[in-house]
Design a protein around this ligand. Structure first.
Ligand SMILES: *[C@@H]1O[C@H](CO)[C@@H](O)[C@H](O)[C@H]1NC(C)=O
Ligand SMILES: *[C@@H]1O[C@H](CO)[C@@H](O)[C@H](O)[C@H]1NC(C)=O
Length: 292
């Protein structure tokens, strides 16, 4: 009886067990195997980030990650935005200004250039400094149609209303002149009374610079040398993630993180000009309306 029973079991069990139960069992075993392999790191789930889209601190994608804009009413120049860094958040808007606009800003500023000052971090007052050796002047916000047009474009690009911006500052750096690394946000009470903290900066290059004069972010996260223009940078420029000045280009960077805290990785400087002349124009944007 016992032997017969064994025979019976051995011969007919596979046929009598519903095949769906078997399939289920196999599937459970396979799932377990996959879970074990995943947990051991032998298998990995393919994700879009593994297929070429950039990681936050991977700067090697810079040349390829651009959004193209049509010519539109901005004339026929080619405009596109490049991500330079995510820490700090920094972007280049290529050909933001036309050549005529660059020349116009220089022409209205040139008769009024004065030695640049820095803000004293304790008193909040302007003072002369060896860390900033350029000359510059402020242009009143909305002073004329061309300036209003540029300010509107800055508002469109940054999603910050024109009323939150200080007047444009035009700066001139000659050979040897520079601006040591600094923050655009304030650490004193005095300078945040009007408009609150500075949240973002748009730095527009009004001229090309033959050598040097880069805007450098020494505290940026990522591999500085992976930018495509690495070999064209000055020694100073190689000290961080750097942007080479190009007439008409605008650099946007944020002094505050998306969680509204100050971003120390926004530390930036203007490298000494080695050859040529550097003209630039800065728009500082505040958290609230900036009264003029
Ligand atoms: C102001 O700057 C000086 C020198 O750069 C520094 O030693 C000092 O701690 C700063 N003060 C504040 C309040 O940040
Ligand atoms: C940084 O990037 C450069 C150029 O892509 C590469 O040669 C170098 O090995 C990278 N360095 C590190 C530490 O990843």
């Amino acid at each position: 009886m016992a032997a017969k029973g064994r025979q019976y079991y051995g011969r007919t069990a596979p046929r009598k067990t519903p095949s769906s139960t078997l399939v289920l069992l196999v599937l459970i075993m396979l799932s377990l195997l996959i879970v074990i392999l995943l947990s051991l790191g032998i298998l990995s789930i393919p994700s879009s980030s593994a297929k070429g889209s950039p990681k936050a601190h991977d700067l090697s994608f810079i040349a390829h990650n651009s959004i193209h804009f049509g010519g539109g009413d901005e004339g026929s120049r080619d405009q596109w935005v490049e991500v330079i860094s995510w820490e700090p958040r920094a972007f280049i808007f290529h050909n933001f200004l036309s050549k005529e606009e660059c020349e116009y800003l220089i022409s209205i500023a040139e008769p009024h250039m004065e030695k640049s000052t820095v803000v004293d971090n304790e008193t909040g007052k302007s003072k002369d400094s060896r860390v900033r050796t350029s000359s510059g002047t402020f242009l009143a916000r909305g002073r004329d149609k061309i300036v209003r047009n540029i300010e509107k474009r800055i508002a469109d690009f940054t999603f910050i209303p024109t009323e939150h911006g200080e007047g444009l500052q035009v700066l001139h750096y000659e050979v040897g002149q520079k601006y040591e690394p600094h923050y655009d946000y304030f650490l004193d009470e005095f300078n945040t009374q009007n408009g609150g903290q500075r949240i973002a900066t748009v730095l527009m290059y009004l001229s090309d610079v033959e050598e040097g004069g880069e805007t450098v972010f020494p505290a940026a996260k990522g591999n500085f040398s992976s930018v495509p223009w690495w070999n064209e940078l000055s020694e100073c420029g190689k000290g961080g993630v750097s942007v080479k000045p190009k007439m008409g280009d605008a650099l946007l960077f944020w002094s505050m993180k998306p969680d509204a805290t100050l971003d120390p990785s926004s530390l930036h400087g203007g490298c000494p000009v080695i050859k040529g002349n550097k003209w630039s124009s800065t728009k500082w944007m505040h958290v609230h309306e900036y009264k003029v």
